[in-house]
Design a protein around this ligand. Structure first.
Ligand code: ADP
Length: 397
C-alpha cells in the first residue's frame, strides 16, 4: 500500500509518498511560492534531487506538478496515479468538531470551513490542499489527520480555561494543543525502545522546534499539553511569546497604538527568542551569539530552558511520577546545550543526564542520554509526523 502525505501551507506544499510495507518514503519534496511569482518544485527520489522552476498560480497547479513528477519516467517512483491508495492531509486544528482522523467527503469539508477560523494561518491552506487533490484525483480516498487529535484525551480540568462555562460551550474556547502527531509518534517509539507497554508508562514529550510544545503522556494518552487554544501558548518559541498575561498585551496595544489583530501578529511574529535576543529566531544563531558574548542571546536561551524546565516539573506532578523524558524536533534532536539546561539540577527528581552521551553526535537514531543510574530515562527520538499521518490514513482504509 502507498499513501501520499500532503502538508499544505498558504504558499507551500510538502509531500511524501510512503510505502506502508517498509514505512519508508519512496519520494518526497515540496512546492514553494504557490500563488506568487517564482514557483518551484523540489523532488527527491532515487537518491537524487530534482528541481523544476515553474509558475504555480494555485494549489491545484502545485498538486498537478507533484503528481506529474511522481509518475515521471526518470524522476518518478510509480507508473500511474492508481498506485496511490489514499492521500493523508495534515490539518492543524480540529476544534471539537473532529476527535480523530476522518475520511474526506462533502459534509466533512463543510465542517472544515466552519472551524477554519480556529487556525486562520493554517487550516484554510489545508482546505486548499484537500480541494486541489479532490480536483486532480477525483474519487481517491483521502483522510484528514489533525495535529490536535492526540490531545483529545486531556481531561476536562486540564483542557478548560477558567472562563464562563457557558462561553466555553458556545464558542468552544479551550486548550486544543498542537504537534499531536509528533508527540504520538515519539511516545510510541519511546515505549518500543524501553520494551514496555505504553499503557504502563508516564512520559513527558518535548517537541522543541521553531514552534515548541511539551506534553504529559500517561498510559499512551495525552493528559496535558503546553499549547493552548492556538499554538501561541506554552514555552517561548522562535518568534512566538508563549504564555503571557493577556492584560499585558492589552496594555502594549494601547501604548504602541496596535489593534488587537496587530497585537496578536506581534505576539506570533516578533516575540519569542527572536524578540528577546534581537538576534534571530534560530537556535544555532542564538548559541553562536551567546558564545560571542551577546547577553541578550544568553537571556533568550535561559528563558527558553527555564520555561521548559517548569513544564517538566509541572507534568511530573500531573503524571504522579515519571519514567522517561523524550526530546524531539529541530532543537530537541540537535541542541545538547538546551537539553542540558532544561534538565539541570533535577537529580533530586531522579533525572541524571550523561554529559558525554548528551553531547555525542546525532546519528539520526534513537539515543538514550541519561546515566545508567538515572531513575528517569532521557531519550532523543527523531520525529516522523508524515509516517503517523500515513499510518492513520492506512488504518482508516
Ligand atoms: P519547524 O517547527 O519549523 O519544523 P524545526 O523542528 O526544524 O522547526 O526546528 C527549527 C529549530 O531547530 C531552529 O531553531 C534550529 O536552530 C534548530 N535546528 C534545526 N536543525 C538543527 C541542527 N542540525 N543543529 C542545530 N539546531 C538545529
Amino acid at each position: 500500500m502507498k499513501i501520499l502525505v500532503i502538508n499544505a501551507g498558504s504558499s507551500s506544499l510538502k509531500y511524501q509518498l510512503i510505502n506502508m510495507e517498509t514505512e519508508e518514503a519512496i519520494a518526497k519534496g515540496g512546492c514553494e511560492r504557490i500563488g506568487i511569482p517564482g514557483g518551484k518544485l523540489t523532488h527527491k527520489a532515487h537518491g537524487k534531487t530534482y528541481e523544476i522552476e515553474q509558475e504555480l498560480p494555485s494549489h491545484t497547479d502545485a498538486i498537478s506538478l507533484v503528481l506529474k513528477e511522481l509518475v515521471d519516467p526518470e524522476a518518478g517512483v510509480i507508473a500511474s496515479m492508481d498506485e496511490i491508495d489514499a492521500v493523508g492531509h495534515r490539518v492543524v486544528a480540529s476544534g471539537e468538531a473532529f476527535k480523530q482522523t476522518t475520511l474526506v467527503d462533502d459534509a466533512v469539508m463543510v465542517l472544515m470551513d466552519e472551524i477554519a477560523e480556529l487556525a486562520p494561518l493554517h487550516n484554510p491552506a489545508a482546505i486548499l490542499g484537500v480541494n486541489a487533490c479532490r480536483e486532480v484525483m477525483p474519487g481517491k480516498k483521502m483522510a484528514l489527520v489533525f495535529d490536535t487529535s492526540f490531545h483529545a484525551t486531556m481531561p476536562d480540568y486540564a483542557h478548560l480555561y477558567a472562563i464562563d462555562y457557558e462561553d466555553y460551550k458556545k464558542y468552544k474556547v479551550r486548550r486544543y494543543g498542537a504537534h499531536g502527531t509528533s508527540h504520538k509518534y515519539v511516545a510510541g517509539e519511546a515505549a518500543k525502545y524501553l520494551g514496555r507497554d505504553a499503557s504502563e508508562l508516564r512520559l513527558i514529550t518535548c517537541h522543541l522546534g521553531n514552534g515548541s510544545s511539551i506534553s504529559a503522556v500517561k498510559g499512551g494518552k495525552c493528559i496535558d499539553t503546553s499549547m493552548g487554544f492556538t499554538p501561541l501558548a506554552g514555552v517561548p518559541m522562535g518568534t512566538r511569546s508563549g504564555d503571557i498575561d493577556v492584560a499585558a498585551i492589552d496594555f502594549l496595544c494601547h501604548k504602541k497604538g496596535m489593534t488587537m489583530d496587530e497585537g496578536l501578529s506581534y505576539l506570533n511574529k516578533k516575540c519569542g527568542v527572536f524578540g528577546v535576543s534581537g538576534v534571530s529566531s534560530d537556535f544555532r544563531d542564538l548559541i553562536a551569539a551567546k558564545e560571542a558574548g551577546n547577553d541578550r542571546a544568553r537571556l533568550a536561551l535561559d528563558m527558553f530552558s527555564y520555561s521548559c524546565k517548569k513544564y517538566v516539573g509541572a507534568y511530573m506532578a500531573a503524571l504522579g511520577g515519571l519514567d522517561a523524558i523524550v526530546f524531539t524536533a529541530g532543537i530537541g534532536e540537535n541542541t545538547p546545550t538546551v537539553r542540558r539546561d532544561v534538565l539541570a539540577g533535577m537529580e533530586a527528581f531522579g533525572i541524571e543526564l550523561d554529559d558525554e552521551k548528551n553531547f555525542a553526535k546525532n546519528d539520526g537514531s534513537i539515543r538514550e542520554i541519561s546515566k545508567a543510574s538515572s531513575r528517569v530515562k532521557v531519550l532523543v527520538i527523531p520525529t516522523n509526523e508524515e509516517l503517523v499521518i500515513a499510518r492513520e490514513t492506512a488504518a482508516l482504509l
